[in-house]
Design a protein around this ligand. Structure first.
Ligand code: NAP
Length: 325
């Protein structure tokens, strides 16, 4: 039986999520990869428990995480039932719906039918009564935005989620959704965009919208799926995400390698690993509430937590990084 350490809140800092009452840890753990039925349950369990021991209170899932889809939620549900149940009130658990999950016309996108059914399935898999945050995972070009936002509002009123969030919405789509949610009385808590040193699209307007509207920001893939670490400096390891070649391709590694090596030099001069510098670089912006990392081992998680030791950048460091990018 897992017993969390009593010192778990000593080293983590928490940031207020936009203008809400919720604070999130500066580092949150995502279960997109490494937590499905094809992965080691023992390792997955060790990573989740280590995270909680280190003050990571926020765990991010989605209906389709696995593989197979749904299995990350099932595995997380097993951990909740066996070990974490008595700590439920110390945890912020999120899930999402938007991508393909089941066959037929109601298994993806943004209809009320899909969102309500998907969350019901997620709650069963995770053995939970409610999630803390329910996200619409991606904008739907066909369903009226009113329907999608009304579904999010309904889910909160039913008590199946406490807060709602948006993911992968551009600034204009975000504004439209935020205004609808405001009218409905269920404000948008948080936005989850792809944001890292290698993907800076949010700097072109989204961060300004979120700041103005008092909405939190939790960048996903802050390590560019592992590119912004020392994982690929020598070779493509057989157990790495790039070797699996589904979401990260080997040619992307080769293409980015010169920049990875140059950034690694800057990180070393700062006395940090590249992963630590990449996370610290995001956290230097106070508009970023938390960075949502993945990890395939406890060692990676611990290395990433080291980012919190140094989040300041000299002007010289920043210009060196800009020059490399
Ligand atoms: N909303 C969305 O559309 C969306 C999309 C993607 C992700 N997300 C969320 O964001 C979370 C994080 O995404 P991500 O997994 O792509 O994040 P990431 O932190 O950019 O990448 C995680 C991967 O980087 C490698 N890694 C991590 N720390 C390392 C270290 N210290 N040293 C060496 N390698 C290290 C590992 O790769 P190996 O596995 O190769 O060891 C790990 O699996 C997901 O779990 C999910 O919750 C959301």
């Amino acid at each position: 039986m897992y017993q969390p350490t009593s010192s778990r809140y000593q080293d983590m800092s928490y940031r207020r999520c936009g203008h809400s009452g919720i604070k999130l840890p500066e580092i949150s753990l995502g279960l997109w990869h490494n937590f499905g039925h094809q992965d080691s349950f023992e390792t997955a369990r060790a990573v989740v428990f280590k995270a909680f021991d280190k003050g990571i209170t926020h765990f991010d899932l989605a209906n389709n995480y696995g593989p197979p889809p749904g299995s990350a939620e099932e595995n997380f549900g097993k951990m909740m039932a066996a070990d974490l149940r008595s700590y439920r009130d110390e945890m912020i658990i999120s899930t999402k719906a938007g991508y393909y999950m089941w066959d037929g016309p109601y298994g993806e996108w943004g209809s009320k039918k899909y969102l309500v059914s998907s969350l019901d399935q997620s709650l069963k898999r995770m053995q939970l009564d409610y999630v803390d945050i329910f996200y619409h995972h991606r904008p739907d070009p066909d369903t009226p935005l009113e329907e999608t936002m009304m579904a999010l509002d309904l889910i909160v009123r039913q008590g199946k989620a406490l807060y709602v969030g948006l993911s992968n919405y551009n600034p204009e789509q975000t504004m439209d959704a935020v205004n609808l949610l405001k009218q409905l009385g269920t404000p948008c808590l948080i936005h989850q965009p792809n944001y890292s040193l290698f993907n800076r699209w949010v700097e072109g307007g989204l961060l300004d919208v979120l700041e103005r509207e008092g909405i939190g920001c939790i960048p996903f893939s802050p390590l560019a799926q592992g590119l912004l670490t020392d994982r690929y400096l020598q070779e493509i390891p057989a157990d790495s995400r790039a070797a699996k070649a589904v979401f990260l391709k080997e040619d992307r590694v080769q293409q980015m390698l010169p920049k990875i090596k140059a950034l690694n030099d800057v990180a070393q001069q700062r006395g940090q690993s590249l992963a630590q510098m990449a996370l610290a670089w995001l956290l230097k912006d106070t508009r970023v509430t938390s960075v949502l990392i993945g990890a395939s081992s406890v060692a990676q998680l611990e290395n990433n937590l080291g980012a919190l030791q140094n989040k300041t950048f000299s002007t010289e460091d920043l210009s060196r990084i800009e020059a490399i990018l």
